[in-house]
Design a binder for this molecule. Structure first.
Ligand code: PLP
Length: 386
């Protein structure tokens, strides 16, 4: 096997471009002697709240904890049902199970990879408390329609924004255009993912669009009470030290990560724009290739991943061919969450999600990926699928 020449993601170029600022920020923290929460985290939280246009941003330990603490803040627990997507990273369903609730999987749309809102209503029962959509690969889900359903059935919404920092809902969402009222669609137009539902859960895992240099996460909400619960839950359920009112977690964002993220937040729009440029260059070269479906370019999509569908059972062979040419690819995700060993035998298969696990292929993407690299990658693909 050849060495990898083009990785799936390269974080080093970006670091070099902001090295001085990052080192200054880290030194500031090291010299302050304050490493957990504190002023640095508060400043970062305020900056994210301003960016997203929400009242509260609460820094936590990871995206997984952001989901768990959001669900707990909403009072979701034993016996409750939470409707979510099977086509995601395990943390989404895991968070639901961790709080004692039951994930109810609703199949996805093949063209957006996101939860299919048309199929949500038939899964609502008296136990349903919330809908947990994921904006997969940085592509906003059909959120206007989800908001409409949630309002009708009195359900909460927690958005999994681990892959969608800076993504915006656009009213040109095809599914919403067909299914949801014009008024609702336009009222959500231009809003950031994570600022629409009751709570938005973000991850700053290093590979995410806004990535720290360690673990980190954040919860966004407009609701004062939910924000207070989340702030308590991240520090052992206390409002006042040694006055614990509920069973919480040790889930705090550390000051070094917050300082790093404050630097990176200034560049996120530029980086997301560069990701869209990469996606567009891929699409231009791949749109006419047989047995390959390119993702739709949308203004609000931040392309955390650039994922194509390979038809005709040719995906794995293409993946091998690319690897032989020194090009790394990934399969997000090879197993539908409902079919994971932890849930074995509990769920019926979901045909679209199941099919996508066999078709998807994520190609290298990062803001600084060069056109020359894109040419190399797409030539190998075109030759293999010709
Ligand atoms: C990464 C990710 C998470 C979990 O975030 P961590 O910070 O790794 O805990 C949750 N959901 C999705 C969709 C993710 O991609």
């Amino acid at each position: 096997m050849n060495d990898i020449i083009i990785p799936i993601l390269d974080l080093t170029t970006q670091y070099q471009s902001i090295q001085t600022e990052i080192q200054e920020a880290m030194n500031r923290v090291l010299e302050s002697g304050r490493f957990i929460l504190g002023e640095e985290v508060a400043q970062f939280e305020q900056a994210v709240a301003n960016y997203l246009g929400v009242k509260h941003a609460i820094g936590v330990n990871s995206g997984t904890d952001a989901l768990i603490i959001s669900l707990r803040s909403l009072g979701i627990g034993k016996g409750d049902e939470v409707i979510t997507t099977p086509f995601s990273f395990f943390a989404t369903a895991e968070a639901v199970s961790q709080v004692g609730a039951i994930p109810i999987f609703v199949d996805v749309e093949a063209d957006t990879f996101n939860i299919n809102p048309r199929k949500i209503i038939q899964k609502i029962t008296p136990q349903t408390q919330a809908i947990l959509p994921v904006h997969l690969y940085g592509n906003p889900a059909a959120i206007a329609q989800i908001v409409e359903i949630a309002k009708t059935y009195n359900l909460k919404i927690v958005e999994d924004c681990a892959q969608s920092f800076g993504a915006k809902y656009e009213a040109d969402c095809v599914t919403c255009q067909q299914e949801c009222s014009e008024t609702m669609r336009l009222s959500q137009q231009g809003k950031f993912t994570g600022s629409i539902g009751d709570m938005g859960a973000f991850s700053f895992f290093p590979t995410k669009n806004l990535g720290a240099y360690g673990d980190g996460g954040l919860i966004a909400t407009d609701d004062d009470q939910l924000a207070e619960s989340a702030r308590m839950l991240r520090v052992h359920g206390e409002r006042k030290k040694y006055h614990n009112e509920m069973f919480g977690y040790n889930s705090r964002l550390d000051a070094l990560q917050a300082a790093i993220l404050r630097v990176k937040l200034k560049y996120i729009d530029q980086w997301n724009e560069q990701r869209r440029r990469v996606a567009q260059e891929y699409n231009e070269r791949l749109s006419a290739v047989e047995n390959l479906i390119t993702p739709t370019l949308k203004k609000g999509h931040v392309f955390h991943q650039y994922t194509v569908r390979i038809l005709g059972g040719k995906r794995d062979q293409l993946r091998d061919r690319l690897r032989d040419a020194g090009i790394a690819t990934m399969i997000y995700y090879p197993v539908s969450q409902d079919q994971l060993p932890v849930y074995e035998g509990r769920y019926e298969k979901l045909p679209v999600s199941e099919r996508l696990t066999q078709e998807v292929l994520s190609l290298p993407i990062w803001p600084e990926l060069t056109t020359a690299n894109i040419d190399t990658i797409t030539e190998v693909i075109k030759t293999d699928l010709a």
